[in-house]
Design a protein. Sequence first.
Lengths: 301, 426
Amino acid sequence: MRHLLDFQGWTKAQVENTLDTARVMAEVLERPVKKVPALQGFTVATVFFEPSTRTRISFELAARRMSADVVSFAAQASSLQKGESYKDTLLTLEAMGIDAYIIRADSAGVPHQATRWVKGVVVNGGDGRRAHPTQALLDAYTLLEALGTLEGRKIAIVGDILHSRVARSNVELLPLLGAEVWVAGPPTLLPQSLPGARLTPHLDEALAEADAVMVLRLQKERMEAGLIHLQDYIAHYQVTEARLKKAKPGAFLLHPGPMNRDIELEGTLADSERSLVNRQVRNGVAVRMAVLYHLLVGREG
Amino acid sequence: MLLIKNVTLVDASGKRGPADVLIGEGKILSLDGGEAETVIDGTGLFLAPGFLDLHAHLREPGQEVKEELATGLLAAVRGGYTDVVSMPNTTPPVDTPEAVRALKKKAHALSLARLHPAAALTQGQEGKALTEAGLLKEAGASLLTDDGHTNEDAGILAAGLLQASAFGLPVAVHAEDASLRRGGVMNDGPLADLLGLPGNPKEAEAARIARDLEVLRYAVRRSPTRPHLHIQHLSTKRGLELIREAKKAGLPVTAEATPHHLTLTEEALKSFDPILKVAPPLRTQEDLEALIEGLLDGTLDAIATDHAPHTQAEKEMDLLRAPFGIPSLEVAFPLLYTELHLKRGFPLKRLVELFTDGPRSILGLKPIHLEEGAEASLVLLDPKERPVEPRNFASKARFSPWAGWVLGGWPVLTLVEGQVVHQALE
């Protein structure tokens, strides 16, 4: 594995190996001194063409916990059209001796394109609708923590599947660990197909006997585009305590954040003991440490 | 006087020869040799009528950073084209007789391929008010089109067909329903879902063709003269079926297909390379096979490049922002000679026809047959194979989805009315 772009071509062993390393990193984060010298001398750049404070902080913390130097570049893709291009931006950073680039963009494929321009390691920090692989890895990590195993477990992903890179990456990753993945959402927000997932417009079907439910953020743009009516969405797709009765008792809840309380998720559920949301955020740092470590040092992975 | 000795002749009527072709006074003087100052050994080479491209974006005026007449028409003659139809979606759009005349004058002075400017169907290509079809025709416009835009107003299209028919001008359409296409950047379907790219459904093309054929039916019923609808860059099997039915019913419709839709599919988008972003998008193998069938059975009348140059920087944006278009003037014939004729046994005679008499007849030009007295607008083709090298393109767009493909059938000599406009003989 030279870059982390998506999970095409990944094996179960590669996933387990990465998650095993993440567990070691999680132990580091429990120590009073939360820092190891593993990436000393390496320089990591977060290159965000789309704003995202949470993901950027998580990556930067991950790099710093391993003693890497970290620089950040942020620009709106819209301003790129007028001035410097993606390629020029990356080549400028390359000239400064960057070893790894965490790239976030609003268009699918930008991290993929970047691998043609830079010699350093590219980590996809989320590209358009395409992929958000470290989010899926932290989701898998968190699910394994809660459930012990994903073998034969039913995971439901609910909401705007069509526009979701989180859904796509989880649909690629979780079946590698034996999970049965269902995606549910309004027909206007479902793709035609997603290899690895069962698709349904009926929330109850996805929730039935589910071990965990991942709720996605509903973007305002979808309503503005006329693709969905908010009240209809809330009535039929909001994950509520009542609807969760279809799922396994104690079924867990995940959300990639940021949450729209009382739109995609009944507000009180977010704070209930079912919720793994804070564990997701915490595990994100350990998982990203593991990814950077594997790509920069432990290339056997 | 120029003599091409021992050369095989290929035109729409077939392959013959070898012949010794004597050229002078802008004509073929003899197929049996004669005295000439310049003699070319044509052994192993093919001589064909010069190609006509119905669909090239030469970007003048106003977008010279992408292409200009000098580079676009040089690319054309290097590709074996003696005649080129330029699209009017320039800055400003070519929508006046003065603009058409200015282009023709400038192109004439370049002494490369002959330019047949297409003019806008509507003022400013805004789809609201018709341009002056008669005056545009007199200025030298070859056809009317709002290409670069879609014709959302069916009533204006109908009026345009009626108006153009009085002056014998075809109306060419970019047939996509913009409201169904929305922001699609690649073919809609499982692959677009997987890659997370917004899809442009094949139904957007079929729906618009179906509508436009009804608009044509209406225009035919209303017009004392015969309107002519030309469907540009067909990309789908369903669209092809609709045109096939319409032709069977006797509707005056013609259609073209592009080199990219005939050799590439959506699978290429897995590379996330915006060079492959084009409208209509690259489709599936099933569509590609249907298009080739359409070339054979006459549903498609011409191969047209839709040569659409952009700057390298524009094509290095992301897939949502990069502009649509693939440049192909310099590779179109070798590409299809190799991929269709050599690899799939597509008849050479028909292939040449799709580059010559097919497009010529759409513009109402006479066919060219390689015989004594014929106009010496010709191309000499070398079957020897070499790779596509975009860095050597004459076009300003020095990139290509076919970079590195090894092709035969390269034009090594192009003549316009007997004058050498391109020469790459060894």
